[in-house]
Write a protein of this length. Structure first.
Length: 362
């Protein structure tokens, strides 16, 4: 909660707990104050100075600027540019909509600021989904307050958090429409098809069956990430490759087998399911052990059927929260990659009863 100490002398201090209760001298920004804020910002006045002139704390000004932000197009140096500006009208419209909820039962989250801050930090800083943030709060044992996923999404929609808005959500609260799947094409006739995969693998009945793919970087960059996702526990392994050649992929498994030893490696890696990318098609070499016999079984998805290794595809989307498309993986360090791997393995999953992959594997 933010408080402007000017209240002690002038009565103009404002508590900055958005949309929750009526504490002391708190009041919402009026239409005239929004119009004045709009004019000040267009004149280039800083947030700190706006807060001083309007009698609000800086956090309230930041909240209002975020609430009333809109996309505009301006001509800059002869070119049209997409910019973001504050609109007093939009800010007022959202305020009016939020006011419609007044008179309803009080928001549970408003009586537990630490709980609200915990959720906000998990979503903004740790890049958790709202559902995962709620699971982390429950697992912490720190809070008696609890809200449902739908309620949390509703609070975010209404803008009651200091910083968190819908724009910050990595997983949006809507479902994709079902689209017709393209016709599946058979894999290369000499390669084992996913159709040949044992039912125990399909049912995720045992540990040691992985899905594999590459996450590629920006155009012109040779480096890529090799991602491995264990089907039962959702454990993730991420390796930086210097290039997208099949030899670089094989080198990762050769190094793992050498480091783990033959017995432990074969207990941990029983099969790998992947797509028909050229970096994975050297089947005999890929599965060949550095000692004798095969490393593991390999199964290939049908062409244009990425959903057949959907667990790995979902994990790759999680990686993109930190390394968006266009990232030059040649400039990404192994320490950064290890941090993302640890983050993913410590991320609570609904499919695991809100356990983390590490907890599921224990």
């Amino acid at each position: 909660m933010c408080y402007n100490g000017a209240a002690h002398g002038s009565g103009r201090g404002r508590y900055c707990l958005k949309g929750v209760g009526n504490l002391g001298g708190y009041h919402h920004m009026t239409r005239d104050e929004r119009i004045r804020l709009d004019a000040l910002r267009r004149a280039g006045v800083s947030v700190a100075e706006c807060a001083k002139q309007l009698g609000f704390c800086r956090q309230t000004i930041y909240n209002e600027l975020g609430r009333g932000e809109c996309d505009v197009v301006h001509k800059v140096n002869g070119y049209l540019r997409d910019l973001k500006e504050y609109s007093a009208e939009k800010g007022q419209q959202i305020h009016n909509r939020n006011q419609e909820t007044r008179g309803r039962p009080s928001m549970k989250i408003g009586s537990d600021i630490k709980y609200a801050n915990f959720l906000e930090e998990k979503i903004l800083k740790d890049r958790f989904s709202p559902a995962a943030a709620l699971a982390a709060a429950r697992a912490s044992g720190l809070f008696q307050t609890s809200v449902s996923v739908n309620t949390l999404y509703s609070y975010i929609d209404k803008g009651i958090f200091f910083k968190l808005t819908n724009k910050d959500l990595w997983v949006k609260g809507h479902r994709k429409k079902k689209t017709e799947q393209p016709e599946r094409r058979n894999v290369h006739p000499k390669l084992p098809s996913i159709e040949d995969r044992p039912e125990a693998v399909n049912q995720r009945a045992e540990f040691g069956h992985w899905e594999m793919d590459l996450v590629v970087g920006c155009s012109g960059s040779k480096a890529a990430l090799l991602t491995l996702t264990e089907r039962q526990t959702r454990q993730e392994m991420i390796f930086k490759l210097p290039d997208k050649r099949a030899a670089s992929v094989r080198a990762v498994f050769d190094r793992l087998e050498r480091d783990m030893g033959r017995k432990r490696f074969r207990e941990r890696f029983k099969s790998v399911t992947t797509d028909n990318g050229p970096e994975f098609l050297e089947y005999d070499k890929l599965r060949q052990s550095i000692r004798d016999g095969p490393k593991f079984d390999v199964y290939y998805c049908h062409s244009y059927s990425a959903w057949e290794k959907g667990t790995n595809e979902n994990h790759n989307r999680m990686i993109r929260r930190w390394f968006p498309k266009g990232t030059d993986f040649g400039k990404v360090t192994k320490r950064q990659i290890a941090a993302i791997q640890d983050w993913m393995n410590g991320y609570p999953r609904r499919i695991l009863g809100w356990k983390t992959p590490l907890e599921a594997a224990a």
